[in-house]
Every structure is written in structure tokens, then in C-alpha cells.
Design a protein around this ligand. Sequence first.
Ligand code: GLP
Length: 241
Amino acid sequence: MKIIPVANYEEMSARAAEILLEQVRSKPDSVLGLATGSTPVGTYQHMVAAYQQGKISFAHCRSINLDEYVGLGPGDTASYHYFMWHNLFHHIDIRPENAHLPDGKNLDAQDACTRYDQLVSDLGPIDLQVLGIGSNGHIAFNEPSDHFVADTHIVDLTDGTINDNQRFFARREDVPTQAYTLGMRPILNAKLALLLVTGPGKAEALHRSLTGPITPAVPASILQLHDNLIVIADQAALSKF
Ligand code: GLP
């Protein structure tokens, strides 16, 4: 594990984008594991800028997103589909057919999860997996639990996660209570995992994840087992170390 301490969000975003761009330069058909949330937005802005300046092409990249809310699809502005197109895909040259998220509109959970696992296994292993962390230590939507789950599955979101994410919705009642999420297998199998952490609200979760016991009660703690983990964290997020 390598921890790169940075001063702030902007520096985290710039460093993360450098690593992503280097990945795509060295392997233009990289499989990128992508994340949503506020944390990677700045990183995506740097990627868009590099593309617009003609410094990089994503035309041969494939992407696999971590998760999607059950019931939401591309037409819903709070969906992760919408987030990814709005923040990244519309502004770069990735081919639409190569940009993948779980199908939140498929309410047959077993079918939705099996299809996504098949896709991940056809495309994988992921070359570079971008990760954020929830304030409760979740990664993707693998919520604290008494067991780790390997493959794509449906999860009940915790009240804390619903509270954290309600800022993306008009009303708390609008936040879906379930999501489809990748399990831990493809995350651990990614050739490089890049965990981005910013702000004081993540300090406790980050400290427990990297220094505490490996336990499904703190899902990100499983990253201690990753062979090639880079953590880029700002001063506020590292304040408990
Ligand atoms: C969501 C996503 C996670 C993300 C987390 C943190 O719940 N499913 O992938 O890492 O929130 O989000 P933020 O970056 O907005 O704090």
C-alpha cells in the first residue's frame, strides 16, 4: 500500500487524474473501474480537460462502474448513469457501448447481477479501479455487514448512506433504498486500486480501514489485502493518523 498525502481536494484530483491518464497512455484499451460521488468529480474534470486539449484519447477504453441505484436509469438525474454521462462520458471520446453500469431499471435482481458479473468477467480484470469511501467505510455500495460478498449483488442501503446521499435528491424520500453493487472480487482483482479520500468526514473511516482489523463491519478494510493499492488522501482525511 502506498499513501500519497496531499494538501487538499484539488491536489488529490490532479494526482489521481495523472495516474489515470498514465494508465490510459500506457494501455489505450484499459479497463477502467469508475466511481461516483463528489470525490472523483474533480478527477473527471482533469480527464475531460486533458481530452479537450488533445493530450489523451479514451476511444479504446472500456469502463465498468461500481454501482447503480435500483429503479433508476439514464433518464433520472440522480442516477449514477446520469452522473457518469454528465460528469465524464459526454465530454470524452469513450464509445457509449464501452461504458458500463449496472442496469438499475432491471428489477429482476438476479438477472441484473448475473449479467453484470458476466460483463465484468468478459472484460476483466480491471486495470485501474477508482474508489471513494463512504463515511461508514463502505466501498461501492458494499455496506457494513457481517460478511463480505464477492460478486455483484443487491444491497439495502443503510440510513447513514441514505442521509449522506440525499443531497443528490430533491427529498430524502426520493433516495432509493436499494442498489446493485460490484462485490469485492473484481475490486481486489483490479491490477491497481486507487482510493481517493478527502475531508474530515472521512477521517475516521479511512483510519479504521487502513489500520484496523480486516472486517466486513468496515468494508474498505478489505483493501489491506490488495496487492497494489494507492491511497490519495488530503490532510483532513489523514487527520486521525
Ligand atoms: C456512494 C457511492 C460510493 C462512494 C461514496 C462516497 O455511496 N456508492 O462509491 O465512494 O458514496 O461518496 P462521496 O464521494 O460523495 O463522499
